[in-house]
Write a protein that binds this ligand. Structure first.
Ligand SMILES: C[S@@+](CC[C@H](N)C(=O)[O-])C[C@H]1O[C@@H](n2cnc3c(N)ncnc32)[C@H](O)[C@@H]1O
Length: 284
């Protein structure tokens, strides 16, 4: 069995390798799909002019840019991400923003010498730590007393047909991924409220408040079924299951995913339900 440290290194390698590449290649479509999640987080985060915000797992930085706008002119937004390539691109994209900075580092290991942030924010960037309690305890060192924390994470895979349906269609042709253990890092690892509560309180945060949000995600981003099939094959668990598969198998998978998604097509959109938690906490 893998240790927490080995799982963590796998995740770091994934985001610096295929995960980061795919996220970058699909950036425009993914952002369109996930913008609603950010729109739900901002009112909870209540970032105010003059504040310093730490955006954890900031990726290509779309939320960091918006947070920078909200805390301007005197506040600043700092994006922290372990993927060097994604950070390089985020810096390029935000070149015109004065009050923004990106750090390419592992959130679990980066040395925060003095507390500087009023708010920790993350859209789907905190579920990939091998030892999440230790990682959050490390992040807490970046936060001033009474700081707030707001993040979004996925609820269970079974509650997220936008991911589950294409994955099950792929499994008609490729071997199933090994089932994730309860404590293994990954996109659905923060689905269990009791586990997240244990992690956060163990790391020195207040008992979190969980607000469920049920959303509809358009896998096609308004661009039709071909785009939806492409998107479904290139994100999350389905993309991992298809890694290194030959073109013949990928073609067969595409056909099965197309059939599975067909009942969800509405004009040029392909809409499936997804379920997230909006999690609010603070420094205890
Ligand atoms: C699902 S993406 C979300 C990106 C971004 N927050 C967004 O919503 O567009 C997860 C991000 O978390 C980052 N990440 C994963 N493990 C990390 C770690 N240990 N430290 C910092 N960032 C990490 C990945 O590199 C990736 O950019």
């Amino acid at each position: 069995m893998k240790s927490a440290a080995e799982f963590h290194q796998d995740m770091v390698a994934y985001w610096n390798g295929p995960g980061g590449d795919r996220w970058t290649n699909e950036a425009a479509r993914t952002e369109k799909m996930l913008s609603r999640v950010a729109d739900l987080l901002y009112p909870l985060a209540k970032a105010k002019s003059g504040e310093t915000v730490l955006d954890v797992g900031s990726g290509l930085g779309p939320t960091t840019v918006e947070l920078a706008r909200r805390v301007a002119p005197d506040g600043r937004a700092i994006g922290l991400d372990v993927s060097a390539k994604m950070v390089a691109l985020a810096r390029e994209r935000a070149a015109a923003v004065a009050n923004i900075e990106f750090i390419a580092a592992d959130a679990a290991a980066y040395r925060f010498d003095t507390p500087f942030a009023d708010l920790l924010f993350s859209r789907f960037g905190v579920m990939f730590f091998g030892d999440p309690t230790a990682a959050f305890a490390n992040l807490r060192k970046a936060l001033k007393p009474r700081s707030r924390m707001v993040f979004a994470c996925w609820r269970r895979l079974s509650e997220n047909p936008w991911m589950l349906k294409p994955l099950l269609a792929a499994y008609e042709h490729v071997p199933k991924l090994p089932p994730a253990g309860d404590d293994d890092p990954g996109p659905f690892s923060f689905a269990n409220e009791a586990r997240v509560t244990r992690i956060l309180t163990g790391a020195g945060f207040t008992a979190p408040r969980f607000t469920p949000a049920d959303l509809i995600f358009d896998l096609a981003g308004g661009n039709g079924m071909d785009t939806a099939v492409h998107q479904a094959m290139n994100i999350g668990a389905t993309s991992t299951a298809l890694r290194d598969q030959p073109a013949t198998v990928r073609d067969a998978v595409a056909q099965s995913i197309r059939q599975a998604l067909a009942p969800h097509q509405k004009g040029q959109s392909v809409e499936l339900p997804g379920a997230i938690w909006l999690v609010e906490s603070g420094v205890a």
